[in-house]
Design a protein around this ligand. Structure first.
Ligand SMILES: Nc1ncnc2c1ncn2[C@@H]1O[C@H](COP(=O)(O)OP(=O)(O)O)[C@@H](O)[C@H]1O
Ligand SMILES: [Mg+2]
Length: 298
């Protein structure tokens, strides 16, 4: 039995810009996601969270290029494979993944029929059931509505229904609640938490909000500038943060007031030289930090 749904070593992503050298965006990260857990990935905007996820999903923009030393998904070596891993991803803005000219029902039925050999009637039944499961009221009515007719929270529920209909082994939620009001945010997070338990899903929850991770996740990876700078169980990282960047993030936990600036990281700077030399140090079985003393793993 495999204990990890995902194991990737030294993932690197670069993008090519016309007539320029490739820019390194993700700088060699090791990512292990245990089965049946919700793992939080935090880091400020631009730290490379979405690029990492898109790289895993093979949905990078055309000028993006991925390399890795090894990549296993559910125990299966992904090297040289063209197919995508059986994972589903939801995004901050559901409108980017919904066709404004198609009904909610069209979207859902399309996913069902892509995955299963069923006729339209049966697909519709499955779609309705899924809408109920994600807490959408009047599901029959919603099937005939267009994306713009639903609220932001409801659209995100539809996205989650679509994701689940694809029968994923891993759900990647990339800032799924960032665009929503605080109360709706809490409802969507609760939905993800409940679905994770009911379906025994593995989940990666990407957020820039440390507070969300504390309430949702078993463990956490902290990203900064295309690297994982610290990882560990929630308690380890919260009560004994080892990397200066993590400490800054913790100081800046938002209070929930909308519109406030989340981070002021001016006090944290690291030189290029420091960064290139850094390697992961082991603090416990589960707690690791980038280049900050302690006991090296090699
Ligand atoms: N299509 C792209 N081409 C070039 N650079 C990009 C592209 N998309 C994102 N980037 C850069 O990659 C870095 C990481 O971005 P991203 O993964 O979106 O960060 P996050 O999700 O953590 O906010 C940023 O510096 C961003 O400017
Ligand atoms: Mg992002």
């Amino acid at each position: 039995m495999t204990e990890n749904i995902l194991e990737i070593k030294h993932l690197a992503v670069s993008v090519n810009k016309k007539n320029k050298d490739a820019i390194r965006i993700i700088k060699g990260i090791d990512l292990t996601i245990p089965k049946g857990e919700i793992v939080g990935i935090v880091g400020e905007s631009g730290s490379g969270k979405s690029m990492t996820m898109k790289s895993l999903m093979k949905i990078l923009p055309e000028n993006g290029h991925t390399t890795y030393d090894s990549f296993y998904f559910d125990g299966v070596n992904q090297e040289g494979k063209k197919e995508r891993i059986p994972a589903a991803m939801i995004f901050q803005d559901p409108m980017t993944s919904l066709n404004p000219l198609r009904t909610i029902g069209y979207h859902l039925i399309e996913v069902v029929q892509r995955k299963q050999k069923v006729n339209k009637k049966e697909a519709e039944k499955l779609a309705l059931k899924e809408l109920e499961k994600v807490g959408i009221n009047l599901p029959e009515k919603r099937m005939n509505q267009y994306p713009h007719e639903l609220s932001g929270g409801m659209r995100q529920r539809v996205m989650i229904a679509m994701a689940l209909l694809a029968k994923p082994k891993l759900l990647i939620a990339d800032e799924p609640t960032t665009a929503l009001d605080v109360t709706i945010q809490a409802q969507i997070l609760e939905l993800i938490r409940n679905l994770q338990k009911e379906e025994d899903l593995s989940v990666i929850l990407v957020t820039h909000d440390f507070g969300i991770v504390a309430g949702m996740c078993q463990s956490i990876r902290v990203m900064y500038d295309g690297k994982i700078v610290e990882e560990g169980q929630i308690d380890e990282v919260f009560y004994e943060p080892a990397h200066p960047y993590t400490k800054e993030l913790l100081k800046a936990i938002p209070t929930g007031d909308k519109g406030q600036t989340l981070y002021s990281l001016s006090s944290y700077k690291e030189t290029t030289e420091e960064r290139e030399q850094a390697e992961m140090y082991v603090l416990s079985n589960t707690h690791r930090v980038l280049g900050n003393g302690g006991e090296s793993h090699e």
